[in-house]
Design a protein around this ligand. Structure first.
Ligand SMILES: Cc1cc2nc3c(=O)[nH]c(=O)nc-3n(C[C@H](O)[C@H](O)[C@H](O)COP(=O)(O)OP(=O)(O)OC[C@H]3O[C@@H](n4cnc5c(N)ncnc54)[C@H](O)[C@@H]3O)c2cc1C
Length: 408
């Protein structure tokens, strides 16, 4: 049996690794537009700051050789033909398969004029990141303007600031990371950014990149003002990489539609990771939660099922943490509930959101102890009323706090 995998991101490589561990004889081929061995995108910032390669090439730079994966890199998939069981590459090469795993991840989503101009960068791939860092190291860029104050905008802003670049961020909402943080927690995160020398221009709409001589020369704001810098980065959101599926018959909406076994609607075609609209574990609704742990969990499920297993995927989680901010932040699940418990001490803030006695989400800044335990209560849908206010206090989860309460 031959399994063809589109994509060498965390979903693709973990699925390959699992399949190889389960079956030493299976034929594995991976096609990726990346010119590098499989890498971990969350480790990119650390790689450019410290020069360390181990966390970046998290499975080892020789992983494909070691696992006996035929690695086609760089090669871009142009289309998929499920009837002929072939994938067609941009150079016309046709690759056959018995089972196809689509793990094509996500790309920059920039619904803003001029985002495709020369000189507008993104931080969604290692090649894109290297283009930014090259300009900084050559001293071509000592100032940077980032459009988008979401998670990836923050990551690149902090990296550039650490590399000595003067950074400004333009964000449409009035607080940073609006999809991940409520305004109060975001205000603490924003203050940390400012303390790192990053200028935040929030509640400001960028309408487009301005062109001069074929390249970006500024960012136009809705107010009519124009901001300029040496380097422009679009960090306006991400979108599943599914364009090559047009006309294939594989059902898509925002992402690839899958059932609870991560099968697409086409027999023999599976999907995992950022490209997939999987069911949300809390709400049951199809949603793209484009985070690393979901990609890896889905890869494990899909690998088992491709090899004939019968594993149901329990659903994707909404969860994230920020590592480089200087203060820890943990964001899990919903950002509001019918009830809220809160604790604050200066820039340390803990908020837990509840519905019917069950945790639906929490946001911790500065003091994140017990976050793992709260997450497991959330995932189990456990009634936590017995803990009362202790749930939100720092130190919750230490045995002396939880054990007596659990035995009630
Ligand atoms: C800067 C950054 C920081 C992040 N930090 C975190 C974090 O701290 N925590 C967290 O949980 N998540 C984080 N993420 C998100 C996390 O990296 C993704 O959720 C994860 O990489 C998804 O894995 P994936 O394999 O589905 O997709 P991807 O990693 O996007 O990989 C997709 C692969 O498909 C390939 N591909 C796409 N289209 C084609 C085509 N047509 N032909 C051939 N190949 C194709 C790509 O080249 C790539 O190899 C971060 C992402 C970025 C960019």
């Amino acid at each position: 049996m031959k399994v063809l995998i589109i994509g060498s991101g965390p979903a693709g490589i973990v699925a390959a690794e699992e399949m190889r561990a389960a079956d030493p004889t299976i034929e594995l081929e991976m096609v990726t537009q990346e010119p590098y061995p499989p890498y971990s995108p969350p480790a990119m910032a650390d790689h450019f700051l410290t020069g360390r390669s181990e966390p970046l090439y998290w499975k080892g730079a020789d992983v494909c050789e070691r696992l006996g994966i035929a690695y086609r890199s760089p090669a871009r998939v142009a289309s998929v033909d499920p009837h002929g069981r072939t994938v067609v590459l941009h150079d016309g090469t046709r690759l056959g398969w018995d089972a196809l795993l689509i793990a094509s991840g996500s790309r920059l989503h920039a619904p803003i004029e001029g985002a495709d101009l020369a000189g507008v960068h993104d931080f969604k791939s290692l090649a894109a990141a290297e283009a930014i860092i090259r300009r900084v190291r050559r001293r071509e860029a000592t100032t940077a303007l980032i459009v988008g104050a979401g998670f990836i905008g923050m990551e690149i802003a902090l990296l550039l600031a650490d590399l000595g670049v003067r950074v400004a961020i333009v964000g449409r909402r009035t607080w940073v990371m609006p999809r991940m943080l409520d305004p109060e927690t975001a205000e603490i995160a924003g203050r940390s950014m400012v303390a790192r020398g990053i200028e935040l221009r929030l509640g400001v709409e960028a309408t487009g990149f301005v062109e001069r001589d074929g390249a970006a020369a500024g960012v136009r704001l809705a107010s009519g003002d124009m901001l300029t810098a040496d380097l422009y980065v679009a960090a306006t959101g991400v979108k599943p990489n599914i364009r090559f599926l047009a006309g294939s018959g594989v059902a898509t909406d925002w992402g690839i539609a899958v059932d609870d076994h991560l099968r697409t609607n086409v027999p023999g075609v599976w999907a995992a990771g950022d490209a997939v609209e999987a069911s949300d574990r809390a709400t049951g609704k199809a949603f793209v939660h484009a985070i690393f742990p979901n990609a890896v969990d889905q890869a494990r499920v899909v690998a088992t099922n491709i090899l004939g297993g019968n594993l149901a995927y329990p659903g994707a989680e909404s969860m994230n943490s920020l590592k480089h901010l200087g203060l820890p932040i943990m964001a899990v699940g919903a950002m509001e509930g019918n009830d809220e418990l809160r604790w604050r001490d200066g820039d340390a803030l803990r908020k837990v959101f509840l519905e019917g006695g069950r945790i639906v989400g929490f946001r911790f800044a500065g003091e994140i102890s017990g976050g793992g335990l709260l997450r497991s209560f959330l995932l189990r849908g456990e009634d936590v009323r017995r803990f009362g206010r202790r749930l939100v206090l720092p130190g919750f989860g230490m045995s002396q706090v939880v054990l007596p309460a659990m035995s009630l």
